[in-house]
Design a protein around this ligand. Sequence first.
Ligand SMILES: Cc1ncc(COP(=O)(O)O)c(C=O)c1O
Length: 369
Amino acid sequence: MNFSEKISAIEQNDLLRIRKIAQSAQNTEMLIDGKKIINFCSNDYLSLADHPQVKEALIDGINRFGTGSGASHLVSGHSEAHHQLEEQLAEHLGQQRALLFSSGYSANLGVFSALRDDIEWTLQDKLNHASLIDGNRLIGLPVKRYLHNNIGSLETKLKKQNGKGLVVTDHVFSMDGDQADLDQIDAIIDKPNTLLMQDDAHGFGVFEPNIPHQSIYMATLGKAAGLMGAFVSGEEDFIEFLIQKSRPYIYTTAISPAICVAAVKSLELIKKGEQKEKLFSNISYFRSCADSLKLEFEPSHSGIQPLVVGSSDKALNYSSRLFQAGFFVSAIRPPTVPPNTARLRFTLSANHNFQQIESLLQNVKDVMA
Ligand SMILES: Cc1ncc(COP(=O)(O)O)c(C=O)c1O
C-alpha cells in the first residue's frame, strides 16, 4: 500500500488532520506551538482540567492508590476509589447504578457489544457521535438513521421496526451544540421492546440530567469533569449485565484510581454550581455579542457554538488566521460533519472572560470580512 499517496490525496482535499502541541495545562489561556493563545476549542466547559482542588485530589489519589490500576476491573483493577466514584455518580444522577469505562468511545462500544444478542435493530439520530455509529457497526446491525432532532422522522421509522431494538441519541450534539428532546423521544418509544440510550458527553456537568425511566445513560469524565474516562448508568440489572457481557468493559485496564479520586472532587464542584454559573454567563454574553456583530451562529444554548462556513478550505483559512491573531478555534471538516458544512466550532469555558469573548468575535468578524 502506498500510504504517502493516500496522505497526499487527503491533503489535496483540505482534509489533512494535524496535531498542535500544547506546552501548558488545558485552560482558557495556553501556550500552543510556542504561541500564547486564548483557547476556544476545549471541552473543558467548567475549567476543571487545571482546577487547583481537582489537581490536589489527583495528587492525594496517587499518594493513596499509586499511579496505575494494574489490571482490568474483573481482575485486580477495581479499587475502592473506582467503587466510590460509581456510587456517587449513580446517586447524583438518581440512578440505581453506574459503571466506569476507560473512555466514552469504549463505553458506547461497550453498550452495543453487550446488547449484541438481544436487539434486532437500532435507530440513531443522523448527527450522533462516531463512537455510536462504530458501536452499531461492531455488532453487525445496519446503521439506520432518522433525521436530526426530528421526532416525526423517528416515529415513522419506529413503526417499521419489528422485535426488540435500541433508539440512540446524543443529548448535546457534539458538532452542533443543540439538544435532543429526550422527553418527546421517550414518549413515543414502545417500552419494554425498545430501549432508549442517550450519550450525554457534552451535557454532563453542564445541564441538569434528564434520564427517562428505564433508559441507558452514558457520559464522559473527559469534558466538563476535566479528567478522562466515562460511565454508563441505569438499572441495577442492566449494569450487572454489562459487567458480564460488555467486551470493551471486560478486556481493558481500569482507569487510574487517582483519576477517580479527582473525579469525586469534580463531581463535588459540579454540584456546587459556581463554575456552571460562570459558563452560562459566558454563553449568553457570547450569543449577545455575536448577534450584535451579525455573526450567524447555529442556535445553541450549550458550550458548543458552531459557525458553519461551508467549504473545508474556508474553515481552515479562518481558523489559521484566528490562530495568528491569538485565538485557538478548531476547523471541523467532513467526514466529522456532513459535506459542505465545514465550520468553526467555538467552545466556551467557565474561565473565559467577557473581554476575551468580545475580542474573539471582533476578530472572527474581521477574518470573515
Ligand atoms: C458525543 C460524544 N460521545 C462520546 C465521545 C467519546 O468520549 P471520549 O473522548 O471519552 O472517548 C465524545 C468525545 O469526543 C463525544 O463527543
